[in-house]
Design a protein around this ligand. Structure first.
Ligand code: ACM
Length: 537
């Protein structure tokens, strides 16, 4: 008898938690990037065609449609048709709470889900978290998804959570860009920096100068004879609109005065020459006509892109500016303006272009070389990329430039991600592992608190010299973009690499469902086999 009682007591003790909590109780919500706070509750909300979406104001109509399309896309469930249901997902904008623009609260209860924010942006991020919770629970061939009850309160660490794509070296096209924009949104990234011009190809239609694309759009990094590829202005507008619906701002980059080879191939009259390794690399900074030409181009770009920021490159000019010293126009410019050396010419060029950009009401944005040119700090954004020059970042912050951190290591996704890999760059043998991306930024405590405020965010940069096709592109981006998203959104105290790796189990399944290729760091043998590092080179 005693034994029987003991056995029953043990059984109750073992079974009680699952009886009380429900059989689908889970311990952890696996959202990437990790939210600010998460409380898991008992029970679950059943997402099925028996649910409906309710909105607190008509300004949420487009987001309600978006949520519906996302539920259909991820779970093959149509929630729109059922008007009678008690189970609803409520999108709520409230002026009562003091939520920041991008902040949201997500409450999953047994018979309702609420996403509460101060505006559409916050609601959008709440939707992303909801979709991720669903995806982390969802296995194929289900027609109901049980979403664990929880309360999430969330807001980002940084306002700039960027991703850059270089489409000059290799061109991927509208559908791929839209897919990447969707994946950015899924990870709560909000700035798409589009590197549209460089030495191998000019990829944006400029109506006043059609040869920029008909001549400059021919070729790519791996094949100078590749057919012409570029985006028409109409396609660009379509992509901008697509991104805007996902709260992503697109920042165009027209690289100058270096990396100009494709442009001066089309219009050699503006060439400032180059070097043996980088022929015809620059624009001619001594000619007034060059500034008129560039102003015309930027005018069309500014009209097309609503972005506050206009990126004018300004990187690596020294690769090919030696011929400037021999050009009569440049010599004359130096005499007239008392300029002593080519650095001074570069500075002159930077200031001329800065006033053109400012006349269009935009913020001049450039790679960290522009710190040397002393542009006005209140209307200039710096992208710090030279990881081997930390003093440039410190200088930028000290001079109160708003600064985006995107150092090669660990923010360049064209770097090798595993020692065994052969496609991708290295820097003195060093490369960019998933963990390095995840742990970034580790800021030196020499940077003063006041200066840290000038760091507006982080950016992952995808250069494409070595990236020839979509599979290789995906393989370099994923899973590092997932780790990067957590670096850009989540405060250090809420981050844990072990927890991140644990969360990735469903993310790999998600990548596969989206037809993406990726490197499986946990189990390299399970990486998609056809991205053999020796193939496609
Ligand atoms: C750069 O990587 N040249 C900005």
């Amino acid at each position: 008898m005693k034994n029987k009682i003991l056995l029953i007591s043990i059984m109750i003790m073992v079974l009680l938690p699952s009886i009380l909590l429900g059989k689908n109780h889970i311990e952890k919500i696996k959202v990437i990037p990790e939210p600010k706070s998460v409380k898991v509750l008992n029970g679950s909300f059943r997402l099925s065609s028996n649910c409906k979406i309710k909105i607190s104001t008509t300004s949420l109509t487009a987001l309600s449609d978006y949520l519906n399309s996302q539920i259909k896309h991820h779970f093959k469930v149509d929630v729109a048709s059922n008007r009678q249901s008690k189970n609803c997902i409520e999108l709520i904008i409230t002026s009562k709470s003091k939520l920041d623009t991008e902040a949201y609260e997500l409450r999953i209860e047994r018979n309702k889900v609420q996403i509460i924010a101060s505006g559409n942006e916050g609601v959008f991020y709440g939707i992303q978290s909801l979709m991720q919770i669903g995806c982390s629970q969802f296995e194929d061939n289900q027609n109901v998804i049980d979403l664990p009850c929880c309360v999430i309160k969330d807001k980002p660490r940084f306002s700039w959570r960027g991703f850059m794509l270089d489409e000059s070296r290799h061109f991927f096209g509208k559908e791929k860009v839209k897919q990447l924009i969707d994946l950015m949104a899924f990870h709560k990234l909000n700035r798409f920096h589009w590197h549209l011009t460089d030495a191998p190809g000019w990829r944006i239609e400029i109506k006043k100068y059609p040869k920029l694309t008909s001549v400059g759009g021919k070729g790519c990094h791996s094949n100078p004879d590749a057919p012409v590829t570029f985006y028409t202005q109409e396609e660009i507008s379509e992509i901008i609109e697509y991104a805007k619906e996902r709260f992503i701002v697109i920042i165009p980059e027209i690289d100058m005065p270096g990396h100009a080879t494709a442009a001066v191939k089309a219009y050699p009259e503006y060439s400032g020459g180059g070097s043996k390794k980088h022929p015809e690399f620059t624009f001619n900074p001594g000619k007034e006509e060059t500034y008129n030409f560039l102003e015309d181009i930027l005018l069309e770009v500014a009209e097309l892109f609503p972005s506050e920021w206009m990126h004018i490159g300004m990187d690596e000019v020294h690769f090919g500016n030696k011929q400037w010293a021999t050009l009569p126009d440049v010599k004359q410019l130096m005499v007239q303006n008392d300029i002593k050396d080519l650095k001074g010419v570069e500075k002159y060029f930077a200031h001329r272009m800065d006033s053109i950009v400012k006349s269009m009401g935009k913020i001049t944005t450039g790679w960290d070389e522009i710190v040397e040119h002393q542009l006005p700090s209140n209307k200039t954004l710096i992208m710090w990329w030279r990881h081997d020059k930390p003093e440039i970042m410190t200088e930028a912050l000290k001079r109160e430039y708003k600064t985006v951190l995107c150092p090669r290591i660990p923010c360049y996704l064209d770097f090798v991600q595993h020692d065994s890999h052969t496609i991708g760059r290295r820097w003195k043998g060093d490369f960019v592992t998933l963990e390095k991306v995840y742990e970034y930024p580790i800021l030196s405590n020499k940077i003063k608190r006041k200066q840290v405020k000038n760091i507006v965010g982080l950016q992952a940069n995808m250069w494409t010299e070595q990236i020839k096709n979509e599979k290789q592109l995906d393989y370099m981006i994923f899973p590092r973009l997932s780790a990067f998203a957590e670096s850009a959104w989540t405060k250090t105290k809420n981050k844990s690499y072990d927890n991140f790796i644990d969360k990735m189990s469903w993310m790999y399944r998600f990548y596969r469902s989206q037809g993406l290729y990726y490197f499986n760091i946990i189990d390299p043998d399970k990486s998609p086999e056809f991205v053999d590092q020796r193939v496609n080179r």
